[in-house]
Write a protein that binds this ligand. Structure first.
Ligand code: DGJ
Length: 733
């Protein structure tokens, strides 16, 4: 049972999830708020000795002469800058007079059932099935008068704790927020720890990167205006001996899609502070008296069952408490997208040819990608001109969509709503709508600029032009793309001392646009995308139940990209397609079958010119679409296990999904590199019920879950590179 309590005697807040406890205490007469404990659930109500307030340097009331030594060693729940805690701060302000120091001390608290939404921001929520409870601790700046609310929410069915921060200026003077991070964790166990972050680039997103936390400060971050291909708003701090299945792991995942920072600092006392929030670089928010600022939330997961335990908790909390809408728990239509099939070179006839063959193979939706609007025949022009190009699509969009529908397929369409090409009617009419600084020519990327969607009139244009298209035909899916990152940050709509708000206001504008879209079109399946997977983050998942993982559709590259993505996100969210070989990103040729197995671990679809495939390949597509229908409920809803990682062993990869009631499992195995004189590969399954009996589908073999997990099975007949297997185990009753 989850609970949140305040224990008067120890001045302790105790947050209990099903398996974890988080304790915060208020200490000394001045009311300093410290993190006491976070780990496996305990029954104690007073662990204040952990705060070392009775050890030298003592609290300030007992030792005023060494106040700064206390500040510099205390486990602050929310550390502020400038007062003498020389470690990395989570909160930094500047007054109108230009001063920076501030202190936050306890004032009040509230424990409520449920969870408040965050204004204009994506946020996790309680449901009828699993209620939420929230603790709000109010801390005040004694000299400047404003206050900060530290918020903690938990859910009945989860071990996650969600932290967020609200700054309320009820003081008399304007303050400038220079840093408002959302969550801090303190690790006082005095032993070295590791950190895992995700790194990559375009076509190589979210590769897992683990190392020991060094002395000093290290961070992973983005100043690109989006979460980015390169770094990811996620960090796990873990014991050095923790592995996939064992040991203490603390994951932090930021529900935000803009600039972020995730940071660790190992200090002189060998303690570690880990924190996460909006990147302070380029950020400054003016807060006048009477105004409030809400920082996005961080979902924190403690797992005593290694990295895999953490991942499964994130998957459940995002599936149950973040993703919304009709497709939250629904099988998605199998789509075929024309991007890799045609790039910009298509017309109605070509799309209908693709749709015709696709319909015969069990594919359920045609998605028309980039190039259908304005004068767009390459990536050099027309972004912003969301009007159908009737030369390419004679008869218009409605004709095409109706014809596609007649073939029994749904229809989906691509947009890149946040962008503007200098060569566009929109730019010719409104050159000032692009983000830019008055004294400098803005730099181009993919020959495009970014629209200033912090401005209402720009958002209204964007919304109207996109929704007009959606209203014009039976469009059931939108791929919302973003193909460049932000620079030359300037907006004439903002006052000079508010230019530092633009990055965040841009993200708020994006969220508002997507909220409007899914409100007007509640049946629409929205897939976010950003030059592949540059904005695959929990913030976007609040609006779209799936996100395009990467422009790299090679089966081997996808093993690594999808493994990194699955560290946090459920398989149901990962846009994954089968494409042609040699692969367009790496030139590699892998068996069609293996490409299908790898894509089945995601939303599943095709990205190829199906009219050019052989009969044998078309036969395989029919098989794959049937497999999708057979296994997708399990893949979408089950528990994910990483059994072997190609990233680590450089030979083979194995993952599985096990039904919540352990009645079936689907194992995906890929031997990436063939190995001479090696007859079979032993793998040990995970997550099964040791007492249940399971039949390996297509064979007479029945084994106990115990045998499958502790003794393992042999995968045989693996000759050649890139060979895959899909094994389905079903409980034998
Ligand atoms: C980047 C996306 O990731 C691709 O799938 C495709 O939609 C292109 N943009 C179109 O410009």
């Amino acid at each position: 049972m989850m609970s949140i309590r305040y224990i008067e005697e120890s001045r302790t807040f105790k947050i209990d999830t099903n398996h974890a406890t988080y304790m915060i205490s208020v200490v000394d007469e001045e009311g300093f708020v410290g993190e006491v404990y976070y780990g496996p659930r305990v029954s104690d109500t007073d662990l204040n000795y952990l705060l070392r307030t009775k050890e030298n340097p003592f609290v300030p009331s007992k030792n005023e002469r060494d106040r700064l030594s206390f500040y510099d060693s205390f486990s602050w729940e929310y550390p502020t800058a400038g007062i003498g805690d020389y470690r990395n701060s989570a909160f930094e302000i500047r007054t109108e007079g230009g001063y920076g120091a501030c202190l936050l001390v306890f004032e009040d608290y509230e424990i409520i059932s449920g969870k408040r939404p965050l204004t204009g921001l994506p946020a996790t929520f309680g449901t009828e099935d699993a209620e939420a409870a929230t603790l709000e601790i109010t801390c005040r700046e004694p000299d400047l008068g404003f206050h900060v609310v530290l918020s903690y929410s938990i859910f009945e069915d989860s071990d996650a704790i969600v932290k967020s921060v609200r700054v309320v200026n009820d003081g008399r003077e304007t303050i400038y927020l220079e840093k408002v991070l959302s969550a801090v964790l303190n690790f006082e166990n005095i032993t070295p720890m590791d950190v895992i972050t995700l790194h990559g680039s375009w076509a190589r997103e979210r590769h897992i990167y683990r190392r020991e936390i060094p002395y000093g400060r290290t961070s992973t971050s983005s100043v690109r205006g989006e979460s980015g291909h390169q770094d990811h708003p996620f960090m796990a701090v873990l014991s050095r001996d923790a592995d996939e299945d064992h040991g203490d792991v603390y994951g932090m995942s930021f529900v935000y899609s803009g600039n972020f920072i995730a940071q660790t600092e190992r200090n002189q006392f060998d303690t570690i502070r880990a924190q996460m929030g909006i990147n302070p670089e380029g950020f400054c928010w003016r807060l006048k008296p009477g105004e409030a600022f809400e920082a996005p939330e961080v979902v924190i997961v403690y797992s005593s069952e290694g990295i895999g335990g953490m991942s499964r908790t994130f998957h459940d909390v995002y599936r149950n408490h973040l993703i919304r809408g009709e497709y939250k728990d629904k099988k998605r239509p199998i789509l075929i997208n024309n991007w890799e099939a045609t790039y910009f070179n298509f017309n109605t006839e070509k799309l209908l040819d693709i749709a015709r063959v696709a319909a015969g193979c069990g594919i359920e939706m045609l998605v028309m990608d980039d190039g259908w609007f304005g004068t767009r025949s390459s990536d050099n022009c027309a972004l912003g001109d969301w009007v159908v190009n009737e030369e390419k699509l004679p008869g218009g969009l409605k004709y095409l969509v109706d014809e596609v529908n007649k073939l029994g397929l749904k229809f989906g369409i691509w947009f890149e709503p946040e962008m503007i090409s200098p060569d566009s009617d929109l730019y010719r009419a409104h050159p000032d709508w692009a983000i830019q600084i008055p004294y400098r020519k803005p730099g181009l990327s993919r020959n495009q600029l970014v629209l200033d969607i912090s401005r209402k009139e720009v958002r209204d244009y964007v919304y109207e032009s996109v929704s007009r298209v959606l209203r014009s035909a039976n469009i059931e899916y939108v791929k919302w793309d973003m193909n460049r990152q932000l620079a030359d940050m300037g907006s004439p709509a903002l006052e000079p001392d508010c230019q530092g708000e633009l990055f965040h206001r841009y993200v708020l504008g994006l969220y508002e646009l997507q909220e409007r879209l899914i409100t007007e079109f509640p049946h629409l399946l929205l897939e976010n995308c950003s030059g592949g997977g540059a904005r695959f983050d929990p913030g976007m998942l609040y609006y779209s139940p799936q996100i395009w993982c990467s422009d790299d559709t090679d089966a081997v590259e996808r093993l690594m990209i999808q493994q990194g993505t699955a560290l946090i996100y459920p398989l149901s969210t990962m846009g994954a397609h089968v494409s042609v070989c040699p692969n367009h990103s790496v030139g590699r040729s892998t068996p069609f079958e293996t490409r299908g197995y790898v894509a089945l671990s995601g939303t599943f679809g095709y990205e190829l010119d199906i009219t050019k495939l052989s009969d044998e390949e078309l036969r395989q597509i029919k098989e794959q679409t049937a497999m999708y229908h057979k296994y997708n409920d399990l893949i979408r809803r089950g528990d994910y296990y990483l059994i072997a990682s190609y990233l680590e062993n450089k030979e083979y990869n194995c993952t599985s999904v096990v039904a919540k009631d352990q009645s079936e499992a689907l194992v995906t195995f890929v031997r990436v590199m063939g190995r001479p004189n090696y007859h079979s590969q032993r793998i040990k399954l995970k997550g099964l019920d040791p007492k249940k009996l399971y039949r390996m589908e297509g064979t007479e073999q029945v084994l106990s879950g115990g045998a499958l997990m502790y003794a393992g099975i042999n995968i045989e007949g693996l000759w050649g590179d890139f060979n895959g297997r899909l094994l389905h185990l079903v409980e034998e009753k």
